[in-house]
Design a protein around this ligand. Structure first.
Ligand SMILES: C[S@@+](CC[C@H](N)C(=O)[O-])C[C@H]1O[C@@H](n2cnc3c(N)ncnc32)[C@H](O)[C@@H]1O
Length: 184
């Protein structure tokens, strides 16, 4: 595990309803997600984005949720069950070397990685795995926290995403974040 992986208990702060004032998942995701889509939330934590994604894809769609920390996944499963959304969530505890999504090659319509790349020791390997999972023309929203990540570091991340094969579409405004919308 990378030294600076966010401690599991921060997961509880990240699902605070107050966060929605700054980063509203519905507003951020509506342009990208439609009913029936197969989507991916990488580094999902306790599911701040995943539960809204599940509502948006509906019973015909799927949200694959991947995180390194079993305690994050356990809380996500508990929350999605309570919300009646467990049926369209496929939760996976991954390892630091693999996102455990090799079975999804070319299947994902939309992926998000929010506030995770700065915790990953090998961003190119990480982004290549996401690239392979996405359908041709599928989209990927990558966002990083402005507090932890400088403009220069985010530019480096964008250029690593291009090395992984992605093309940049735009830099959408997302509260307190650097963000880039990429396409395969
Ligand atoms: C700051 S949290 C963000 C959680 C969520 N995306 C959100 O915005 O609420 C970063 C998450 O990425 C996970 N993570 C860190 N490194 C990872 C890796 N290599 N693979 C998968 N998940 C990882 C951490 O366990 C943590 O849950």
């Amino acid at each position: 595990m990378a030294e600076h992986v966010c401690p599991w208990w921060i997961g509880y702060l990240l699902i605070s309803p107050l966060r929605r004032l700054l980063q509203n998942p519905e507003k951020i995701l509506t342009p990208h997600i439609r009913p029936g889509m197969v989507t991916l939330d990488v580094g999902c934590g306790m599911g701040f984005f995943s539960l809204d994604m599940a509502r948006m894809v509906g019973p015909e769609g799927k949200v694959v949720c991947v995180d390194l920390q079993p305690r994050m996944i356990k809380a996500l499963v508990r929350r999605s069950t309570k919300a009646g959304l467990a049926g369209c969530i496929d939760s996976r505890t991954c390892s630091k070397d693999s996102l455990c999504i090799d079975d999804l090659n070319g299947q994902i319509d939309f992926a998000i990685a929010f506030a995770i790349v700065h915790e990953v020791p090998d961003p190119l390997h990480f982004l290549q795995q996401i690239y392979r999972s996405i359908k041709p023309e599928g989209a990927f929203l990558l966002a990083e926290p402005r507090g932890h990540v400088t403009n220069n570091t985010f530019r480096d991340t964008e250029s690593t995403a291009k090395d992984a094969g992605f093309a940049v579409v735009e830099n959408p405004p997302v509260g307190k974040s650097h963000a880039v919308l990429l396409i395969r």
